[in-house]
Design a protein around this ligand. Structure first.
Ligand code: NAD
Length: 492
């Protein structure tokens, strides 16, 4: 963090988007955005204070309680959302590039998750809300009357997002919130300081009413003031388990709704009859996606002992074959880590592996780069499931491989984790694979593949979080029931 920018770029974001306008910061702190592949300055962004968060929450509150948004019809909101989607789509290419530069995401993936996904999510939730019954009438139980059951917006949403899929994860929250009729204060992560304001550019272009969507980049302290602000009705958080634990405790104290999408330590389970090519074809989405800076990354690979040596060597070779480089180059399959701090953390885990009884099979270094935050895909074999490397989230391309002797043992090891977010099972017998998948305590799991389905509920068990985003079910986080006890004449 720096006090004053000395290298202005066209990407600078020196103001916040509050109440439909670009507003000067109350404080003086800024964050310098650095390109992950080069270490060069991309731009500078203002960092919000408690006072900036307060102004944003007040604007969101006004838009809901006094402004037009609280009284819009579903059809009006759908119209805004579809136009919002078009406006984001028109910016998709530049947004994808920007995020790749910010966090190292290979460009093809960025085009899907930062370019395409936000518009797709707006369109999906615009459809979803049209199929939700927002008001129904039923006979009151035990008395002569009618009960009108309504589903109302939960209110002002504080959305807090991490840096790994900044556009998609923000829209996981913003799209259902807008569809439901909520207003939003979005606080992105400083590591991806610049891209989220593209939402503001698009919102301004389509004339989204003031205060409906407010964006304030801020660090942890001001983020905490959003969590506890009396004007907020619900927190939607994606990030680390450590931060989620604190946020969940505060929301409990305040009796405030919250959804927590947190960390993971998912397992891929390779059964003895599995097809190796199928397993390898799944690796780009199951384990390597976004340089393994993905919450669902299967960083533990559990392999039937009879196939163990073969699979360890194949994963090692696959890792050596990856093209590590600048994420803007379409040939790159593994880009740099998102920040220098994060690189150090990942390298720290490689040291942990080296100092354990595990066997380093490939990788372990930073590769042949004189700048940028690169790390070689790294595979450790013979990792004990009690080792730190098997228990803690690395959030980078460092994989722990462990043998097992039976399907039951595989399930036991997979479940012997504080986390439960992703995972996959490989078997030539799909029913057998499905049987194992059903026994693993996790929020999402694949059989012979792992691809996140935006049309289905997504979230974690255990320390991986509480609540589900996405799918038609994702709208439920943003609606609350209200029962009106009315005269029997309302029964039609
Ligand atoms: P992080 O927890 O450090 O930060 C996430 C966001 O929360 C940032 O905007 C940060 O400024 C903010 N924040 C941190 N502490 C806060 C506090 N006390 N009060 C309010 N805001 C606070 O996480 P990160 O390093 O940005 O992201 C990586 C983590 O996110 C990994 O653990 C990863 O598994 C997790 N993640 C989970 C999912 C999921 O859907 N389950 C998806 C993506 C990432």
């Amino acid at each position: 963090m720096t006090a004053i920018a000395d290298a202005r770029t066209e990407l600078d974001r020196t103001r916040f988007f509050i109440d439909g306008e670009w507003v000067e910061p109350r404080g003086t702190e800024t964050h310098r955005a650095i390109e992950a592949a080069t270490g060069e300055v991309l731009g500078e962004a203002a960092l919000g204070t408690d006072a900036d968060i307060d102004a944003a929450v007040r604007a969101a509150r006004r838009a809901l309680d006094e402004g037009p948004w609280g009284r819009t019809s579903v059809a009006e909101r759908v119209d805004f959302m579809l136009r919002f989607a078009d406006a984001l789509e028109a910016r998709a290419e530049s947004t994808s590039r920007l995020v790749s530069q910010e966090n190292g995401m290979p460009i093809a993936l960025s085009s899907a998750f930062n370019g395409g996904a936000p518009a797709g999510l707006l369109r999906m939730f615009a459809q979803v809300i049209q199929n939700v019954e927002l008001e129904s009438v039923r006979p009151s139980t035990g008395v002569d009357g009618a009960t009108i059951v309504r589903r109302e917006p939960v209110g002002v949403v504080g959305a807090i997002t991490p840096w790994n899929y900044p556009q998609a994860l923000a829209m996981f929250k913003v799209a259902p919130a807008l569809a439901a009729g909520c207003t939003v204060v979005l606080k992105p992560s400083p590591e991806t300081a610049l891209d989220t304001y593209v939402f503001a550019d698009a919102a301004q272009e389509i004339g989204l009413p003031p205060g409906v969507l407010n964006i304030v980049l801020a660090g942890r302290e001001a983020g905490a003031s959003l969590v506890t602000h009396p004007g907020v009705d619900k927190i939607a958080f994606t990030g680390s388990t450590a931060a989620g634990r604190w946020i969940g405790a505060e929301c409990g104290r305040l009796i405030r709704r919250c959804t927590l999408e947190l960390g993971g330590k998912s397992a891929s389970v390779f059964l003895e009859d599995a097809d190796l090519d199928t397993f390898l074809r799944a690796l780009p989405t199951s384990s390597f996606m976004n340089n393994a800076q993905t919450c669902t990354t299967a960083s533990r690979m559990l392999v039937a002992r009879s196939r163990y040596d073969e699979v360890v060597e194949a994963v090692a070779q696959y890792s050596r074959d990856q093209v590590v480089g600048n994420p803007l180059d379409p040939a790159t399959t593994v880009g740099p880590m998102a920040s220098h701090t994060h690189l150090e953390r990942v390298l720290g885990y490689i040291d942990v592996g080296r100092n354990s009884s595990a066997r380093l099979v490939t990788g372990g270094g930073r590769g042949d780069f004189d700048r940028g935050w690169f790390v070689e895909p790294t595979v450790f074999a013979d990792v004990d499931n009690n080792d730190q490397l098997a228990r803690e989230e690395v959030f980078g391309p460092v994989f722990a491989m462990t043998p097992f002797d039976s399907d039951d043992e595989a399930v036991r090891i997979a479940n012997d984790s504080n986390y439960g977010l992703g995972g996959s099972v490989y078997s030539a017998d799909e029913e057998r694979g499905l049987g194992v998948a059903r026994r693993i305590r996790t929020g999402t799991i694949g059989v012979n593949r792992y691809d996140i389905d935006l049309g289905a509920p997504f979230g974690g068990m255990k320390d991986s979080g509480i609540g589900r985003e996405l799918g038609p079910e994702g709208i439920n986080n943003y609606l609350e029931y209200k029962s009106i006890y009315a005269p029997a004449s309302y029964l039609r």
